[in-house]
Design a protein around this ligand. Structure first.
Ligand code: IFM
Length: 445
């Protein structure tokens, strides 16, 4: 595989999934602390209270990254550590953790890529309306300013939000993620405020930092499940729901007209959108973060929900999440983004897979399925680059096995195994494979 000059390889994590230490150094509850206490909300009653204990073991984890030759690390900042109530002064102990982390990365020659919001809204802000309240967008801008002022040029790249689709629809329609709401009109308000807060944070970061700023969207290719015309039309609708509802406002400054009309008709007026918002949301970004896991096949489902579409049972091979494995769809997706939105620099900010890993033997976990997954998807990225897509980074999800949200600790995405009893880290074969790939690619530069 050949990657463009300057291409960087990394891994990604998110604060609530790895840090633990939820009551330390002034951190207050986030909506995920609250949600994990709801009986039945999370598999096995798991919580992020301890997670991978990264808050205490970050040095060891950074050393591990250095040993693997990782060039870039995408982590997220926990808003309730930095600004426990989501407003007011910075919490010095909380921000110090990230200052040390960023310095530790610099000492090891690893680039710091910081995501401001990976789903852990301070509970105090949920209590005043959460993302459904317009004021939360201003709180987010204030938080972005505090972080930018404190971490300054230690951060090489900023990502405002991670996967606003998940926050919107899994958090506010399906209700399987925090805050566990089930209401379409609320969800559309939330989506708009997430996007607006992205735009507001972008303005703030531009004033305070010279580092590139982007947003990470989880993009889900939606293909018709058959050659029937109504399945093709339904697939276009789901493409709007998954992808264009976020891509279009950020990259073209407008919501997609077909979905606007459908939501107006089937959900109600988009009352959150005010004059001038779309200019803020559509201000130019420096790169687009793409999280890719799998595509979906779509069937028309007349009368079912606002979208009248459903996804078909996926066909094998599947990961332990039941997600189909389809690297070709990543190649296609990257070309599509370029075709429809122009030559924007792209970072694959997440890609990876959960499998039923065997126990470690002789100091390593053999995970051939994950090796094949990474191989296939990195190959797709390399092909897209050869076809002219300006793709600059790849972050494997994830560095460590971690708290997989409502599925708890049972699903393991790490290239490094975590034994949750002892907190011992054991590299999987995929980590060693990735290390070798990075080494070989570097030698070619
Ligand atoms: O673990 C998540 C991550 O937090 C966001 N993107 C998808 C991953 C796997 O489900």
């Amino acid at each position: 595989m050949d990657f463009p000059p300057g291409f960087r390889f990394g891994t990604a994590t998110a604060a609530y999934q790895v840090e633990g230490a939820v009551h330390e150094d002034g951190r207050a509850d986030s909506i995920w602390d609250t949600f994990t206490r709801v009986p039945g909300a999370v598999a096995n009653g798991d919580t992020g209270d301890v997670a991978c204990d990264h808050y205490h073991r970050w040095r060891e984890d950074l050393d591990l990254m250095a040993e693997l030759g990782l060039e870039s690390y995408r982590f997220s900042i926990a808003w309730p550590r930095v600004q426990p109530d989501g407003r007011g002064a910075v919490n010095p102990a909380g921000i110090d953790f990230y200052r040390r982390l960023v310095e530790g990365l610099a000492e090891r020659g690893i680039e710091a890529v910081a995501t401001l919001y990976h789903w852990d809204l301070p509970q105090a802000l949920q209590d005043t309306g959460g993302w459904a309240a317009r004021d939360t967008t201003e709180r987010f801008a204030e938080y972005a300013a505090l972080v930018a002022d404190a971490l300054g040029d230690g951060v090489a790249q900023w990502i405002t939000h991670n996967e606003p689709w998940v926050v919107t629809f899994l958090g506010h329609v399906e209700g399987v993620m925090a805050p566990g709401v089930r209401d379409w009109p609320t969800a559309l308000r939330v989506a708009h405020h997430l996007l607006l807060s992205h735009g507001r944070a972008l303005e703030v970061l531009r004033e305070r930092s010279s580092a590139p700023v982007g947003i990470t969207l989880n993009l889900t290719p939606a293909r018709p499940a058959s050659t029937a015309e109504d399945d093709a039309v339904a697939a276009r609708r789901l493409d709007g729901y998954f992808n264009r509802w976020f891509l279009d406002p950020v990259l073209t400054g407008a919501y997609p007209a077909d979905l606007l009309e459908r939501y107006r008709e089937h959900v109600g007026p988009l009352d959150a959108v005010r004059d001038g918002d779309l200019e803020v949301i559509g201000a130019p970004i420096d790169f687009l973060g793409v999280n890719y896991y799998f595509p979906v096949a779509v069937r028309a489902a007349p009368g079912e929900g606002p979208l009248e579409a459903r996804t078909a049972e996926p066909s094998p091979p599947l990961t332990a999440m039941g997600w189909p494995i389809d690297p070709a769809a990543l190649h296609e997706l990257l070309l599509r983004v370029r075709r429809d939105y122009g030559d924007i620099p792209i970072a694959i900010t997440e890609n990876g897979a959960a499998f039923e890993d065997p126990a470690p033997a002789e100091g390593v976990v053999e995970d051939p399925d994950r090796v094949a997954f990474l191989d296939g998807h990195l190959g797709a990225v390399a092909r897209a680059a050869a076809d002219g897509v300006d793709v600059r980074r790849y972050f494997a999800w994830s560095l460590l096995d971690n708290f997989e949200w409502h599925l708890g600790y049972a699903k393991r995405f790490g290239i490094v195994r975590v034994d949750y009893e002892t907190q011992q880290r054991v590299p999987k074969r995929s980590a060693l494979w990735y290390r070798d790939l990075i080494r070989i690619s570097r030698a070619k530069r």
